[in-house]
Ligand binder design. Sequence first.
Ligand SMILES: Cc1cc2nc3c(=O)[nH]c(=O)nc-3n(C[C@H](O)[C@H](O)[C@H](O)COP(=O)(O)OP(=O)(O)OC[C@H]3O[C@@H](n4cnc5c(N)ncnc54)[C@H](O)[C@@H]3O)c2cc1C
Length: 501
Amino acid sequence: MEQDTANATPTTEKLCLIAGAGPAGLTTALELLRSGSGIKPVIFEADSQVGGISRTVVYKGNRIDIGGHRFFSKSKWVTQFWASVMDMPERSRLSRIYYLRSFFNYPISLSLDTLKKLGLVRTVKVGMSYLKARAFPIKPEKSLADFMINRFGRELYGTFFRDYTEKVWGVPCESISPEWGAQRIKGVSISAVLAHALRSALHIRSKEQETSLIDAFNYPPHGPGQLWEKAAEEVLRLGGEIHLNAKVSRVKKTPQGWAVTVTKADGTNLVAEGENFVSTMPLKDLVASLDGVEVPQSVREVADGLVYRDFLTVGLLVPRFAEVALKASGGKVRDNWIYIQESDVKVGRVQVFPNWSPDMVANPEHVWMGLEYFCNIGDTLESLSDEKLKRLGAEEMAKIGFINAGEVIDSCVIRQPKAYPAYFGSYERIGELQQWLDKQPGLLAVGRNGMHRYNNMDHSMLAAHAAAELIRKGETANPEARKALWNVNAEKDYHEAGKEK
Ligand SMILES: Cc1cc2nc3c(=O)[nH]c(=O)nc-3n(C[C@H](O)[C@H](O)[C@H](O)COP(=O)(O)OP(=O)(O)OC[C@H]3O[C@@H](n4cnc5c(N)ncnc54)[C@H](O)[C@@H]3O)c2cc1C
């Protein structure tokens, strides 16, 4: 993959420099190449592999995703793009909530089974508080807590949404903007849940199905990283460059465009110049690395104040699920992922990778799980050594009855800084940063952390597509045309429920 000749600064070619070989960076590069723009993309990727948060890590032949990635999009352009890179089998989805040592459907269905597991008293409370929330909604909605209580009632919110959301973000739901709920939960209400249950019972699939409720999705046999590795191969085949272990550390305005200083793994630097620079690196890092251009103090403040949530996965290889989980699950655990709602453990979610694709595990007899923990770099959890985290993971899984103590065959830890761009901190002032960026010809910020948006792969790709179009048409100096970028994923009714999936 690495083209170490660093042919990044030929003088005769028009270059587009790109920071990051995740979905956004690779899509930008492929679009420039496939559209015949005549502009050569040169990607600098800080990591040793492509794919970004959508990469797949291989540990002794076992494959692990950063969260398990469904390929689903409402955009035809995106699905065609994926299909042009590789064929992906369709998988059926099962994800449930584990609570009170029982499995509950996700999204919660108000079935007899759910009510039985919740018990009569809780069920009555759920019903009453839902009716109360409908009759007397909190107005105005000032926080995510208000948003969710208005849609689910206080009891259901307290039972299934509050603790998990706080595990994800590490702050009370009262401190999170209701906008996050509007982006992630809108459309998922009790009525949507009931309608979905009815449609499923009648085997009717709705075109407008909310993302949270989707029953089937595509997934490459070797995980999402496989698709992005193939995309990277095509970038190289069509004449683009990809430099791995190459971190963009400085971004300087020049009379011709932009020059980036790239720090390589061995500590040496190279400088590359191009007319355009597409950044998919975190917006905060981009602003901090700018040089040769005056950045207003207010814009720096917004960038500095952006907050992220970090994430780590403990991979656990075991011979089997324990009896408690098997029994609760009806004999076999078929879930792709399971939300852990139990309050006596820190783990937030468990991925069961062979249920995504049998090729994710080296030995098909084994169960290969990803235990997901939400954290902040430097906090008590994240500061634990890998060895301690592996032990914690094994202990927690044994505690909730997922595995038998002492049966771990192997384990590993994968850390993912800045997994989630947060909708608090200086987020409410992000418009100031966007407006300033739109006045910088040739400098485009795209992607999830690139735009500080809770993007799925498809949104990152649509923004990348828009960026490639602006570059191809020579319209990066036009702030009006650049609005197309920020309009991606601005619709409020797309996202998924309170959980990443
Ligand atoms: C737990 C979890 C589950 C998810 N599940 C799904 C899902 O099911 N479906 C879905 O569609 N999406 C899902 N997503 C979202 C998906 O991962 C992202 O939308 C997607 O990876 C964003 O692509 P990107 O290219 O914008 O950013 P990234 O994937 O973050 O890629 C950015 C790249 O830039 C590199 N980089 C950063 N700084 C620099 C620098 N200074 N110099 C050079 N390179 C740099 C990084 O190393 C990285 O490779 C999930 C995310 C998480 C956290």
